[in-house]
Design a protein. Structure first.
Length: 188
């Protein structure tokens, strides 16, 4: 059974050059994604991580053609989202709406990176000098901000998304995120 699953990944081009014989990085498990480690604290187990990455990678391949960046992004999104108690699929929908997965996006208002984080949030996150163009720093700050607004909205995602965007309760931004969430990221 495991061999058939690995063969289907190889046929889809998802089995890395190092394959299942890759040595894991410290704190990571071996992965069919090649050199990209699946961290133990990002997934319940290795199989769950591989299945989630394969599914999300397939969905994201139309927007991000580079497999290495795509897989690194997905692993980081899942880790930072779960760290803040968020659903990774919601974070992916926010990223798609905010920056269309462009890590170097800058808004006219000055928001930076994948999650379009305003620079003043760096101090609140505890990383006053973090480079918001770096994936990990941007995801950490963006997930922190979204969790902050979810707490203020007492768990109401609609109101939290409106506050995250600064649309002050207007429904256009949360509606757009929900539409993207259900069109691309919802369980299918």
């Amino acid at each position: 059974m495991r061999t058939a699953w690995a063969a289907s990944l190889a046929a889809a081009g998802l089995l890395g050059a190092l394959g299942a014989h890759a040595r894991p990085a410290p704190g990571a498990s071996a992965s069919p994604w090649g050199h990209i480690p699946i961290h133990r604290d990002a997934f319940a187990n290795r199989y769950a991580g591989e299945v989630w990455l394969a599914d999300m990678s397939h969905r994201l391949s139309a927007l991000i053609p580079g497999r290495r960046f795509r897989l690194r992004l997905l692993e980081n999104v899942r880790y930072q989202a779960l760290r803040e108690g968020l659903r990774p699929r919601v974070v992916l929908a926010v990223i798609e709406v905010e920056s269309d997965f462009d890590p170097y996006a800058v808004s006219p208002a000055g928001a930076i990176g994948l999650m379009q984080v305003m620079p003043f949030w760096r101090r609140r996150v505890g990383e006053a000098h973090a480079n918001l163009f770096r994936m990990q720093a941007n995801l950490r700050a963006g997930c922190f901000v979204l969790r902050h607004y979810l707490n203020r909205a007492h768990g109401d995602l609609f109101r939290a998304l409106a506050a995250y965007n600064g649309s002050n309760g207007l429904p256009f931004y949360p509606d757009h995120v929900y539409a993207v969430l259900h069109a691309r990221w919802f369980h299918q």
